[in-house]
Design a protein around this ligand. Structure first.
Ligand code: AMP
Ligand code: MN
Ligand code: MN
Ligand code: MN
Length: 298
């Protein structure tokens, strides 16, 4: 009998890309607890080689982040994470490498932030109905930027008042769909979010896709519509994914010909599961999103 043929190269182990890019995190400009400068220092100390600050619906921290990164010799990409309503769920689209002074992007983000204040008041009312009083004022104390009052700020208030032991428990019991503090909200459309980013010269990336728990058909709709509008990337390795989910979404990124991104989604030293720059590497058989953004690195 003949010797067994050598396996095709696609079955041999694939060396990961060893590049420590971390392209997703939050500062006090949205719902993180560190300043852009402190994040830059932490990313640098943790060995990050390419960094982006991606505050929710706000790019007011971009000039500070870029300046702090530059002072440390840390390559930087501009970033944002836009809240989008899609198929009755909230999803997040990360933008990377855009012009932070683009007027249409700035106006779109301003419009997206509008409504957070009323939503927060409605959330506080829902919480008051189950006996938790003063949540609006309590959450506001944690929001460096009152325009960006987020569920994370409510979570910190409930933990501080010992109503829950950690933010995870708050989300599970109070702040997710069907729970007393949850208020459905209309965010940006997928089309607008992708166009604001690409119109400003950036690349649009689907954030933490495993979080949405879409059916296969819904996910297909998201990926095809996203690409149709000009979206080019998807987070594969993120603080929100298990290792199995990263493997699954690596396959999906290849199947849909999307570039792969890597980001911790770091918010706070004692809340976040994964620190800046401490993620597993991207698999070597993916196109890293930074390959599309070389000309935008500062
Ligand atoms: P919002 O934009 O106000 O709806 O708040 C969403 C933010 O809440 C996210 O950006 C995360 O920072 C945080 N978050 C969402 N789900 C969870 C969860 N299960 N546990 C902890 N934080 C969460
Ligand atoms: Mn957040
Ligand atoms: Mn997110
Ligand atoms: Mn995030």
């Amino acid at each position: 009998m003949n010797a067994l043929p050598t396996p095709p190269s696609s079955l041999s182990p694939i060396a990961p890309s060893q590049y420590n890019a971390d392209l997703h995190c939050h500062s006090v400009v949205s719902d993180g607890t560190l300043t852009p400068e402190a994040l830059a220092a932490r990313a640098h100390a943790n060995g990050v080689e390419l960094w982006a600050l991606t505050d929710h619906d706000e790019i007011g921290g971009q000039h500070r982040a870029a300046a702090a990164a530059k002072a440390l010799g840390l390559p930087y990409l501009t970033g944002v994470e836009i809240s989008v309503s899609f198929l009755h769920k909230t999803i997040h689209i990360v933008g990377l490498g855009f012009d932070p002074d683009d007027a249409i992007l700035l106006q779109g983000l301003r419009q997206t932030r509008g409504g957070r204040d009323q939503r927060a008041r409605d959330m506080a009312e829902g919480l008051a109905q189950v006996g938790i009083h003063g949540a609006f004022e309590g959450a506001l104390k944690y929001a460096g930027n009152p325009d960006l009052i987020a569920r994370s700020h409510f979570a910190r208030f409930l933990v501080e008042n010992k109503i829950c032991k950690d933010t995870n428990e708050v989300f599970r019991k109070y702040l997710t769909d069907g729970k007393p503090g949850f208020v459905p909200h209309r965010w940006a459309t997928l089309k607008d979010a992708v166009r604001w980013i690409t119109g400003a010269g950036g690349v649009a990336v689907i954030a933490h896709p495993a979080r949405y728990q879409f059916s296969a058909n819904e996910e297909y709709a998201l990926l095809t519509e996203f690409k149709g509008h000009g979206g080019q990337g998807m987070e594969v390795v993120t603080g929100s994914h298990t290792v199995a989910e990263s493997v699954q979404y690596a396959d999906i990124a290849r199947e849909f010909d999307l570039a792969a991104s890597r980001g911790s989604d770091f918010h706070c030293p004692n809340e976040s599961r994964i620190d800046l720059g401490k993620l597993p590497f991207l698999s070597g058989n993916l196109t890293p999103v930074w390959d599309l953004l070389q000309h935008r690195i500062q």
